[in-house]
Ligand binder design. Structure first.
Ligand code: UTP
Length: 301
């Protein structure tokens, strides 16, 4: 594990990966969207690496019947490894071993896609007494550079309760997001949350702080998830359980992440991520840059 901190705040990261991936049809008829490669690495490995880097020792992947390949991706592949070793392909061998070596991966099954809150609830059976808080990372949301979970852990250590990640979005672009109603703390990038509004019109948005797919949740979330009713789309929403905790006086804060983000959940966002990562790649970057420049220059000619 590379550079892992000895993080006492959470040991377990939950990655919900049981959704239907409808925005990625037809590919998701056969391939889980979490395994689509950003250059050569599935999004779920990038997110698992982030969790491991923040000190998680265990990854609970919530998946659905038929999407077992997401979990199998993290299992060792001895025959393949032996083959690569024999051929002296050490670079590839290292890549193949990287995912399984990050942290211990376990599976929880969500039989039906009944919402993100319902998916997270399925991981409760995998927890131990030690897990007083858990991290939840959405595998289709890349938050860059990594490091926000460590800051969220520090906020929980100071205030207790639960901590979410937010981006500061220009007001006129806020409508597609869940937006936090907040008050300031003595740290400009840490706010106390009083509520949340889903997809508001810019004039109705209580702030410019939009939710991102990183959560550090007190274990009380599982009790709250049992008490909420299905919300938008008939699904059990994780944010409804967070809202219930807020109503009951549980401290909830956001850490405002001043970095980049990629939404891997739709083809447009995924392509941007792939191009972004590929441009930084030592082999693929330079020729891609040249080709893109030519392609754009020739456009409309
Ligand atoms: P999304 O809404 O982005 O994923 O959920 P989706 O439902 O697969 O996508 P579309 O809308 O059909 O295209 C965010 C994350 O939560 C998981 C998804 O797998 C994704 O990683 N999720 C969502 C579940 O695990 N279970 C659910 O019931 C819903």
């Amino acid at each position: 594990m590379t550079g892992a901190l000895d993080n006492q705040t959470f040991r377990t990261a939950i990655v919900p990966a049981a959704g239907l991936g409808t925005r990625f049809l037809p590919a998701t008829k056969a391939v889980p969207k979490e395994l689509l490669p950003v250059v050569d690495t599935p999004g779920i490995e990038i997110v698992a690496n982030e969790a491991a880097h923040a000190g998680a020792k265990r990854l609970v992947i919530v998946t659905s019947p038929g999407k077992e390949s997401v979990v199998n991706y993290f299992r060792p592949a001895p025959e393949l490894e032996e083959n690569l070793e024999r051929k002296g392909k050490t670079d590839l061998l290292e890549k193949v071993r990287r995912g399984p070596g990050l942290l211990d991966v376990e599976v929880a099954i969500q039989e039906q896609a009944l919402g993100l809150g319902h998916a997270v609830a399925q991981a409760e059976a995998n927890l131990t007494e030690e897990d007083t808080a858990v991290a939840v990372l959405l595998p289709d949301d890349l938050v860059l550079p990594i490091g926000v979970l460590e800051r969220m852990a520090a906020v929980r250590a100071r205030y207790g309760g639960s901590v979410l990640c937010a981006f500061d979005i220009p007001k006129e672009q806020i409508s597609p997001y869940g937006v936090f109603d907040v008050t300031d703390t003595d740290d400009a990038d840490v706010k106390r949350v009083h509520g949340m509004v889903e997809k508001p019109k810019p004039e109705d948005a209580p702030s410019t702080y939009a939710a991102a797919g990183r959560y550090l949740l007190d274990r009380a979330i599982f009790d709250a998830l049992r008490r909420i009713k299905p919300g938008a789309g008939g699904e059990l929403q994780l944010t409804d359980a967070v809202a219930l905790l807020i109503e009951e006086g549980h401290p909830v804060h956001i850490v405002v992440h001043r970095g980049g983000r990629h939404d891997l959940g739709n083809p447009g966002g995924f392509l941007r991520a792939a191009v972004d990562f590929a441009l930084d790649h030592p082999d693929y970057g330079p020729p891609l840059r040249t080709w893109l420049a030519e392609r754009i220059e020739n456009e409309g000619r």
